[in-house]
Design a protein around this ligand. Structure first.
Ligand code: GLV
Ligand code: MG
Length: 350
């Protein structure tokens, strides 16, 4: 027998806070990664916090083994030294099979458990990983008197994780969202790439030869390596009432391709992406804020469709209940962002 559904929303340890019945809808256009072991970063954080929706102290990959403890302590210092106001504070801890996981989770909950919003867990293979962290967090919340439940964000970056994505998304009321981790996923799947996300010139389709001129140049178009995984992740997150994200784009110098990759994810349903360099903050902000003309059009559909039933023609385009619902998604997203971003609120006239 599976767990009694009623038990899903009971705390897993005596004294732990009640699980959330809904994951807060907050703008999360960019999850900005920083390395808390880097002392120069610590001074910069004060200025970066108000410019991002989510600030994430990274303890996992990209932090060298001999810097792991410095990173953990740096994050605790930064969390204690700053007022984050509207900006969410997340961390990416080390994976469950690493020697650092246990101390990461114990020291962070003990020292900053009431300041952290979300714990990102890398290399999630299946719901069993989430169940383990869920139970452990409940014990730690009870022990350290944490008032609101810490949420869990999984990185989708192993082949087995992709095959279990729906069960990961629905494994616990703590599940807040999932990010695509294209670099680890490529390695796990034995893809023949050496990149962090984005396209590849070799992954393409080619037009057929021209009949009368078989030697003529045949045009090609690059295809999207990540389409399948993002689609599955978006569907799994929608089913679970949680949020999907594109992860890292590693070629910092290629802002054009980064913007394209982010926009593909936005159009497919993702709410944000990681910024792993300050230059990617503006790209994520631009891409994951609905375009002004789309918001205008959404308002028009909603005002002309009344209760959404029937059919209407607006600017030559057919509208019905389904476009009415799409318009509501667009307007709801814009309203959330407008609450946080005065400039956009003016442009959206919200
Ligand atoms: C992120 O962690 C990735 O592996 O792409
Ligand atoms: Mg990874």
């Amino acid at each position: 027998m599976y767990k009694n559904p009623k038990a899903f929303f009971e705390p897993l340890a005596i004294g732990a806070p009640n699980p959330l019945t809904e994951i807060p809808a907050i703008p999360m256009r960019m999850i900005h990664f920083f390395d808390p072991s880097n002392e120069r970063m610590i001074d910069k954080m004060k200025d970066i916090i108000p410019t991002v929706d989510v600030l994430l102290g990274n303890l996992e990959d990209a932090v060298a083994s001999d810097k792991k403890i410095a990173a953990r302590e740096g994050l605790i210092n930064i969390a204690n030294a700053n007022d984050f106001k509207e900006t969410m504070l997340w961390t990416r801890i080390n994976s469950l099979d690493s020697p650092w996981f246990l101390d990461d989770i114990i020291s962070l909950t003990e020292s900053i458990g009431n300041k952290l919003d979300v714990i990102m867990l890398p290399k999630v293979n299946g719901p069993w990983d989430i169940h383990f962290l869920d139970q452990l967090l409940s014990q730690l919340e009870a022990k350290y008197l944490i008032k609101k439940p810490l949420m869990i964000h999984a990185i989708l970056e192993t082949a087995i994780g992709v095959s279990n994505v729906e069960n990961i998304a629905t494994a616990s009321p703590r599940m807040q969202g999932i990010s695509l981790g294209p670099a680890d996923l490529a390695a796990s799947r034995r893809m023949k790439t050496t990149r962090v996300g984005g396209g590849h010139p070799g992954y393409l389709v080619r037009n057929d030869p021209i009949q009368d001129n078989p030697k003529a140049e045949r045009s090609t178009a690059q295809q999207d390596l990540w389409h399948y995984t993002i689609s599955r992740m978006v569907d799994a997150c929608s089913i679970a009432g949680i949020y999907p994200f594109y992860g890292p784009f590693g070629d910092i110098s290629d802002s054009v391709a980064c913007e394209d990759q982010f926009r593909n994810a936005f159009l497919m349903g993702c709410v944000g992406a990681w910024s792993i360099h300050p230059s990617q903050i503006a790209i994520a902000k631009k891409v994951f804020s609905p375009p002004v003309e789309e918001v205008e059009f959404a308002k028009k559909i909603i005002s002309e469709m009344g209760d959404g039933s029937g059919v209407a023609m607006i600017d030559g385009k057919m509208q019905d209940d389904a476009t009415f619902k799409q318009a509501q998604v667009m307007l709801k997203t814009a309203k959330l962002i407008a609450r946080r971003d005065e400039e956009l609120a003016k442009l959206y006239k919200l």
